[in-house]
Design a protein around this ligand. Structure first.
Ligand code: S3P
Length: 177
């Protein structure tokens, strides 16, 4: 996996992109890039503040810039934000320079992981479960469209998931579709 392109994790909020991404990067001896953290660093404020000042459209501009910058660096494991697949340009850039992994998660587990979260502006609604279901219905086809690999973490422990994903990635490299 040393000379292969980036690995980009896509999928909904709460699917474990950052946790699994960090562990996978350590396993593969690569650096890990958390796109949301990069956006906050570049903007000098957190994602809530970006949404408050510039709205979702403004946030998507920051996100697209951070993605292009990350993809131009040495091959890494990159955890994208749940909405990074919304733009066609982002999807094309990811597919072009990375192996894209769609992390699937069971809706109940996702909700449990995100319960009480106040850092994600899109989740600050009266009914987060309904919001997540609506976002997933919109985005599922986009996750699938840009993924080279679909990986469901729901039944795996946090300890087992990185090695299982690394195994799938190696198998993909040995026999690309
Ligand atoms: C978003 C997901 C968040 C973050 C922002 C918007 C989305 O990232 O980029 O709050 O549109 O789903 P995570 O998927 O890492 O939570």
């Amino acid at each position: 996996m040393q000379n292969s392109p980036h690995i980009v994790l896509v999928g909904p909020m709460g699917s474990g992109k950052s946790t699994l991404g960090r562990a996978l990067a350590a396993l593969l001896g690569r650096s890990f890039v958390d796109l949301d953290a990069r956006i906050e660093q570049a903007a000098g404020c957190d994602i809530r503040a970006i949404f408050a000042a510039e709205g979702e459209a403004g946030f998507r501009e920051h996100e697209a810039r951070a993605l292009v910058a990350a993809l131009a660096e040495a091959p890494a494991v990159i955890a994208s934000g749940g909405g990074a697949v919304l733009r066609e340009d982002n999807r094309a850039a990811m597919r072009e320079s990375a192996i894209v992994v769609y992390l699937q998660v069971d809706a109940a587990l996702q909700l449990q992981r995100l319960s009480g979260d106040n850092t994600r502006p899109l989740l600050q609604t009266d009914d987060p479960a309904q919001t997540l279901a609506r976002l997933q219905a919109q985005r599922e086809p986009l996750y699938r469209a840009c993924a080279h690999l679909i990986f469901d973490t729901s039944s795996l422990t946090a300890e087992a998931a990185p090695a299982a994903l690394a195994h799938r990635l190696h198998a993909l490299q040995d026999s690309p579709a």
